[in-house]
Design a protein around this ligand. Structure first.
Ligand SMILES: Cc1cc2nc3c(=O)[nH]c(=O)nc-3n(C[C@H](O)[C@H](O)[C@H](O)COP(=O)(O)O)c2cc1C
Length: 158
């Protein structure tokens, strides 16, 4: 099974911080399972574990930002890959997108999204989001999932 995990890391996937909001509550989590799935409208699919606190906010708030990390930002990926830490949003500079979703100003670029619908995918929920706006913020090369090594503890899940 370790080989499956090793091969999955060779699939080219980026690493994102997904920002969520519901009223006065904001949060963000690291995600690699994010991809474009439609041109018209422009839709992204985000695969999220429904046990994440972020899922509650995403479900209730109905919006999110997808912030693209650079290769130098592994500390940010590690930080937002943790659950239940105090002041999680204290790392980075955040500003609200048009939808109200928090945007990470240090990211390479962001997409501002509203939830369209969702479906189940094994132990995750596949949340389909419509992209309403996107902006480049900084210059750099995007982080790849393979750059994160065992940061997501996926080796222990197989
Ligand atoms: C590199 C990396 C990729 C991850 N990809 C995903 C993902 O695609 N979907 C997901 O639900 N969790 C993913 N996670 C795990 C969440 O980021 C992690 O469980 C986080 O603590 C959830 O935050 P929350 O409980 O504050 O919502 C990933 C973690 C890392 C480090």
């Amino acid at each position: 099974m370790k080989e499956i995990e090793a091969v999955l890391q060779h699939m080219t996937q980026g690493v994102y911080v997904v920002g969520v909001v519901d009223g006065d509550k904001t949060n963000a989590f690291t995600a690699a399972w994010v991809m474009q799935v439609s041109f018209a409208p422009i839709l992204l699919a985000i695969s999220i574990n429904p046990e994440h606190y972020s899922y509650q906010l995403l479900k209730k708030g109905g919006v999110c930002s997808v912030n693209i990390l650079s290769r130098e930002q592994t500390h940010i990926a590690a930080h937002f890959g943790q659950s239940g830490i105090q002041d999680k949003m204290a790392m980075g500079t955040w500003a609200p997108a048009l939808t109200g979703a928090p945007i990470l100003q240090e990211s390479l670029a962001y997409l501002d999204c509203k939830v369209s619908h969702e479906t189940s995918a094994g132990d995750h929920r596949l949340v389909i989001c419509e992209v309403l706006e996107a902006r480049k913020l900084n210059v750099g090369a995007a982080m790849q999932y393979a750059d994160t090594g065992s940061m997501d503890n996926s080796t222990e899940l197989f």
